[in-house]
Design a protein. Sequence first.
Length: 355
Amino acid sequence: MNRSRASVADAPPLVSVLLPAFNAVRTLKAALNSLFVQEATVGCPLPPFEIIVINDGSTDDSAALLETCASENAAQGRLRVVHLPHGGIVAALNAGLAAARGRFIARMDADDTAHPQRLSLQTAHLWSNPDLTLSASLAAFGGDRTTAYGFAHFVDWQNSLQSPEEISRHRFRDTPVCHPTTMFRREAVDRWGPYADGDFAEDWELWLRWLHKGAVMEKLPQTLLVWNDAPDRATRTDRRYTAESCDRLRALWLARHLTRHNPFHPWVWVIGAGRMARRRLAPLWRLGVRPAGYIDIDAKKIGNVVDGVPVLGRQALPEPGRCRVLNALTAHGAAEEAANWLEQRGYSPTDWILV
């Protein structure tokens, strides 16, 4: 049963910050403190905001900490606490959406910290760009780059995608925005739906669904969040974030995109005949998309036939405008090299998709 404790002004806030917490007593206070000290910046006033912490059935001292913080900050009236039985991240986020009163919804996790001007900058970003659905920002990697190189590289990759075009174009590669850095319009939830529960990453599914429906997402160039790499982070421990789950989710929305935009549907050409590329795309073939051929530069692969599909050299790729290409290379720098090769030979951005 939901219990909500709040001391809030009658006027609804402009921004609601959703912060789910499960056994987060070690980091929760720092996360909340970074929100309590939010401030205005030049040309960007601090918006009226509320912080909604959804306690997802914590069994540590998180509940007591939250009650103490709510009492200490009662004068500001910004902190609202919703206690739930443990139901997972999606149930917690959707409970937060149900409780939120703001026109803009900001996300944050209980082990991250926000820059003092985050809310003012992102609110101004959405306010001054009425066609923008979601504002994100760059994220600072809060971990050891030596021991967590893969995640650090992923943060760097996300930070490299800033424009709406870059975010949309890279969305099938991996989730193109850092979830805890986002602020989005409540009307997007009302129009395209809240978080979905299933065997997939709830944030990537939301972005894929919204972008498919026409959402516009952009990142500010500032670093407005420290994204900490906790050892018990869900992406390390939850089966919904496994490679197999990601491959199925990518395939679902890529198949829908191709059905709508590929004039040669169901046929595609694939750059990359390696085991990794074939594994990533196997769920796509099960959804009815058909590979006309694999394109590779490895002489040991060229001439082979994989599940009835030939592996050919680059010269065999149909001319620009006569095929739809999936760039599925995953080795460091390989997809970028293939993209340059495609561009040099006259293939337009609509001729190929990064996956």
